[in-house]
Design a protein around this ligand. Sequence first.
Ligand SMILES: *[C@@H]1O[C@H](CO)[C@@H](O)[C@H](O)[C@H]1NC(C)=O
Ligand SMILES: *[C@@H]1O[C@H](CO)[C@@H](O)[C@H](O)[C@H]1NC(C)=O
Ligand SMILES: *[C@@H]1O[C@H](CO)[C@@H](O)[C@H](O)[C@H]1NC(C)=O
Ligand SMILES: *[C@@H]1O[C@H](CO)[C@@H](O)[C@H](O)[C@H]1NC(C)=O
Ligand SMILES: *[C@@H]1O[C@H](CO)[C@@H](O)[C@H](O)[C@H]1NC(C)=O
Ligand SMILES: *[C@@H]1O[C@H](CO)[C@@H](O)[C@H](O)[C@H]1NC(C)=O
Ligand SMILES: *[C@@H]1O[C@H](CO)[C@@H](O)[C@H](O)[C@H]1NC(C)=O
Ligand SMILES: *[C@@H]1O[C@H](CO)[C@@H](O)[C@H](O)[C@H]1NC(C)=O
Ligand SMILES: *[C@@H]1O[C@H](CO)[C@@H](O)[C@H](O)[C@H]1NC(C)=O
Ligand SMILES: *[C@@H]1O[C@H](CO)[C@@H](O)[C@H](O)[C@H]1NC(C)=O
Length: 394
Amino acid sequence: MFTKRISLLATAALTILCDASPTDTESLGRTVVPLRPRNPLTRADGVFDYDAAVIQSVATKNKHRQNLLNFQKNTGYLPAGFELKSIATVPSSVVSRRLHEEPLTDENQDIEWAGFITIGTPPQTFLIDFDTGSSDLWIPSAACNQTSCKTKRKYKSSASKTSKKENGTFSILYGDGSEVSGPIYVDSVSVAGVNVSGQWLSAVTVLSESFADEPVDGFGFYLSQNGSELTLGGEDPKRISGQIEYHKINNSTGFWQVTGGTIFANGKKVAGVSAFETIIDSGTTIAYGPTEAVAKVWKTVNGTLFDEEQGLYSFSCEKSPKFAFNWGGKNFTISSKNLNLGQTFNGSSQCIGSLAGADLGLGNDTWLLGDSFMKNVYTVFDSGKNEVGFANLS
Ligand SMILES: *[C@@H]1O[C@H](CO)[C@@H](O)[C@H](O)[C@H]1NC(C)=O
Ligand SMILES: *[C@@H]1O[C@H](CO)[C@@H](O)[C@H](O)[C@H]1NC(C)=O
Ligand SMILES: *[C@@H]1O[C@H](CO)[C@@H](O)[C@H](O)[C@H]1NC(C)=O
Ligand SMILES: *[C@@H]1O[C@H](CO)[C@@H](O)[C@H](O)[C@H]1NC(C)=O
Ligand SMILES: *[C@@H]1O[C@H](CO)[C@@H](O)[C@H](O)[C@H]1NC(C)=O
Ligand SMILES: *[C@@H]1O[C@H](CO)[C@@H](O)[C@H](O)[C@H]1NC(C)=O
Ligand SMILES: *[C@@H]1O[C@H](CO)[C@@H](O)[C@H](O)[C@H]1NC(C)=O
Ligand SMILES: *[C@@H]1O[C@H](CO)[C@@H](O)[C@H](O)[C@H]1NC(C)=O
Ligand SMILES: *[C@@H]1O[C@H](CO)[C@@H](O)[C@H](O)[C@H]1NC(C)=O
Ligand SMILES: *[C@@H]1O[C@H](CO)[C@@H](O)[C@H](O)[C@H]1NC(C)=O
């Protein structure tokens, strides 16, 4: 995201990999952060967690709404075809079901590509979600006295000699009506040994309860203009198969957006769905496309509309369709495991797919590829060259 001139990382490769051992760190000479490989929308019994999916979908919609607001504030306009939707909210039925649910002991909803950063001089450490679909860096403030902040690491601006307060307040609204907000600072930020000075950030004093159980302290985009690179690996990043295929980003929207995507469904191009825009978003759990396009895709593989509101489709669990994305080079396929979000109910032969149709306000030709796609590939975000690279995992 470039909607705010937030950060400046110096020339260095910053690599965040998944499940790597200390030996890998040494041999690569890069910082390696272990990441979670599991799917948070599937319950332990293999059944699709509808309520969790609704909550995440609402969060995704509101995050992108906020991105558009930021874009509009910075440029005075919205990208062509984009529109500001109203704030999405979690239906009260879902809220009340969640309230009455037994908390599961192992339900650490670690849905992020998380890693450590330090802020300030001397450095204060935080675990943040590296969200390539977000334009803000925020961490809890030492002045946050809400219960949701209790278990978090907190930023103390007065303890950092490089911290400087800026005018204005940062605020983002989440689906349950709660918000994350606080004052804005600039300070030095260090990620994987790379130091950035003058990074904009918000030290939030208001933190929605929904973040209390998140393993991370805050969220951040942090890539910047000059030669910085973020690499997110899938299940086994040690083994990239073949070359990394690079694509210039479409910089008209401020997203990590690649033009000219196509989708193959079971090896066939889907008629009427081609040359679309794709936003690569590590902060989103599944993949979304425009409602009509996704309907066409599922139709070719006999998918059934499961939930119109959420744009979710089901398929025969035993015959998982193969969806592959292509930008003029290799095909990058979503594995059956990553496509399958679980049975529609316990004992069902139908399973929910991780490609949904939704209008996110991003234009009728823009897809949003989150974890369910990104877990299958090795993705490089290169802000120096303004490129996104993909490689197959072997
Ligand atoms: C980065 O900043 C930290 C804290 O300010 C400092 O200790 C470290 O030496 C710096 N590293 C580099 C590579 O400049
Ligand atoms: C919490 O902080 C706010 C301002 O940050 C303050 O107005 C309020 O009194 C504080 N509450 C408690 C219980 O300390
Ligand atoms: C903050 O606002 C004050 C008053 O409007 C202004 O004088 C000052 O220059 C602003 N500071 C920054 C860093 O923009
Ligand atoms: C980017 O880095 C190069 C080489 O270090 C430098 O010449 C150039 O001025 C930098 N550009 C910006 C925008 O910082
Ligand atoms: C870039 O994205 C915008 C908005 O999604 C789109 O209208 C435009 O056609 C794209 N540009 C190119 C060169 O594809
Ligand atoms: C967007 O890309 C075009 C062509 O690659 C380039 O000329 C332009 O400077 C870029 N704009 C920004 C804001 O990076
Ligand atoms: C991608 O998949 C399609 C459909 O299976 C196939 O026709 C095409 O040759 C594949 N492309 C590459 C580069 O493998
Ligand atoms: C979809 O259903 C039709 C009719 O039953 C069948 O001929 C076709 O093979 C099915 N396609 C897939 C991908 O299952
Ligand atoms: C799911 O169904 C199986 C049998 O099909 C049963 O053993 C199991 O207890 C059920 N689980 C739940 C959570 O209902
Ligand atoms: C998107 O909307 C525009 C304007 O309404 C229309 O011209 C265009 O054909 C639509 N594109 C798709 C892929 O539906």
